[in-house]
Design a protein around this ligand. Structure first.
Ligand code: SAH
Ligand code: SF4
Ligand code: F3S
Length: 473
């Protein structure tokens, strides 16, 4: 082993007032031929931030001379960009590592590694160091820009190379990107999270909240528009807190206005934490036609008692007030949410408060989860007397209500004409293209392939719970 840098959970949660460093990515010439003749395959788990990180990793590998390949079995370099949010994400990755082991037994020259949020976990890396030493490379969310250097080391040594920083993190500009789509793009506006909701691992895997300089963000959006992109999604774990950590007086509402002023067709943003959602932001969303009337507004729980234990800093009442404020000001707004059931000690009464909110908000859709204890988080140490059976029953009951309203929301679209950006060929229907409405409804549209990338008016002809079908008007 040459040198190792392993994650440390006590360091990962430290927050200081130290100024965030901005680094400019540059690749040294000596790394540019390292990958010549070799193919890579990356599998991505988790949220949009990971999806976008993968787009950066791919571009860096391309710079190093590697070529992308679609099949893991044919790759010389295999990377798993992992997610740590729940136990099942974790298990999926270890299942995949098992598969890679078999491949490596047959082709020992394969370089295999993990990156992303699981790589930032001390427990995971310890497990890798004891049980999966045959892996070649582990790097974290804080040093994607050092990939050429880390890979160089891994290629030269025959042992596992672990390079993970547990730190607050920097901002890295000018990282190349190989985007999955030619029409819509992810744009990071901030990194990390300082909210420390008691159940959540993200503040430990992604470092402190760091907002990018607005000039860098706007320059990126302008360039995307020049390149023909129709849609940008501004990314952050709680985008509403954007700017709070900058020295200038500039917040999410200002950023939304500036991005909308670039006149790119569509502006989206995820994820909104109800805590920082200001009235100005609601007004800005309502004001600009190119800011999409779609808001993901995680509820987590409808019980004030549970919300307090979760550290969410809003109440059922203040959440509902915000919800109705958005609905009344933003024309035609579609609102979706995330809900956790079975938080430690959640009673039937607490759960009913959650159902109450769902009944009132009638969400367009919702991601629902059973609480999963994450090592190192406060909630993982809370006393939990609710059985798994009970939790599964609550999830089931919740999903029935969620699905009912998702279907009802979609039914309102029947025979309506809606704007759709045609993004790719439909995976379900031959001769159809798939795209999203302004309100983020998936629509399968009968259209020829050469219409990909167009914004069209579509009449909805058929409605399902999770998608719509339509024809161009
Ligand atoms: N930043 C976003 C959430 C990102 S994680 C926010 O604050 O809303 C995405 C979703 O995963 C969360 O909204 C939550 O519902 C769920 N989640 C996070 N940690 C979880 C855990 N330990 N168990 C179950 N679900 C969890
Ligand atoms: Fe996790 Fe809360 Fe931060 Fe969202 S706001 S990433 S749930 S700690
Ligand atoms: Fe998962 Fe990390 Fe995103 S834990 S949800 S990939 S920030």
């Amino acid at each position: 082993m040459i040198s190792m840098l392993v994650p440390e959970k006590d360091k990962a949660k430290i927050r200081t007032k130290n100024k965030v460093k901005t680094i400019k990515y540059e690749i040294e010439d000596k790394y540019k031929k390292l990958g010549l003749g070799k193919k890579y395959y990356i599998k991505t788990y988790g949220c949009q931030m990971n999806v976008h990180d993968t787009e950066n990793i791919k571009a860096i590998l391309d710079q190093m001379g590697f070529k992308e390949c679609e099949e893991m079995e044919k790759a010389d370099l295999i990377l798993l960009n992992t997610c740590a949010i729940r136990e099942n994400a974790h298990n999926k990755v270890f299942g995949m590592i098992g598969r890679i082991k078999h491949m490596k037994e047959e082709r020992p020259n394969i370089i295999a590694g993990i990156c992303g949020c699981m790589a930032q976990e001390e427990g995971v890396v310890n497990e890798i160091l004891t049980k999966y030493k045959w892996l070649d490379i582990v790097f974290g969310t804080h040093n994607i820009h050092e990939l050429p250097f880390v890979l160089d080391k891994a290629l030269k040594s025959n042992s596992l190379e672990v390079q993970v920083y547990s730190c607050e993190g920097d901002i890295v500009e000018d990282v190349p990107v190989k985007r999955d789509s030619k029409y819509k793009a992810w744009v990071n506006i901030m990194y990390g999270c300082d909210k420390f909701c008691t159940y959540c691992i993200v503040p430990y895997t992604r470092g402190k909240q760091r907002s990018r300089n607005p000039k860098d963000i706007i320059r990126e959006v302008e360039k995307l528009k020049e390149e023909g992109y129709k849609e940008v999604t501004l990314l952050g774990q709680n985008v509403n807190a954007y700017g709070k950590d900058l020295d200038i007086d500039y917040d999410m509402s200002d950023l939304l206005s500036s991005v909308a002023e670039t006149k790119i067709d569509r502006v989206r943003f995820v994820t909104s934490h109800p805590w920082d959602f200001t009235d100005e932001m609601v007004d800005t969303i309502a004001k600009y036609d190119n800011i999409m009337p779609y808001i993901h507004l995680p509820l987590q729980s409808g019980s004030d008692r549970v919300l307090k234990l979760m550290g969410r800093r809003y109440t059922k009442e203040s959440y509902l007030k915000l919800f109705h404020n958005i609905k009344s000001k933003v024309k035609n707004a579609s609102i979706t949410t995330d809900i956790i059931v079975g938080f430690p000690g959640e009673t039937e009464e607490d759960f009913k408060d959650t159902l109450d909110v769902v009944e009132e908000c009638k969400y367009d859709s919702a991601f629902t989860f059973i609480f999963s204890p994450r090592e190192g988080t406060p909630a993982s140490k809370m006393k939990d007397s609710v059985s798994l059976e009970e939790k599964e029953d609550r999830l089931h009951r919740l999903n029935e209500v969620v699905n009912k309203y998702a279907r009802e929301a979609n039914e309102k679209y029947l025979n309506k004409v809606v704007p759709v950006l045609l993004e790719n060929e439909s995976s379900k229907k031959n001769g159809y293209l798939a795209g999203y409405t302004d309100t983020m409804k998936l629509v399968n549209v009968k259209a020829p392939k050469d219409m990909l990338g167009s914004m069209v008016s579509v009449r909805i002809t058929n409605v399902q719970t999770w998608s719509l079908d339509g024809e161009i008007e």
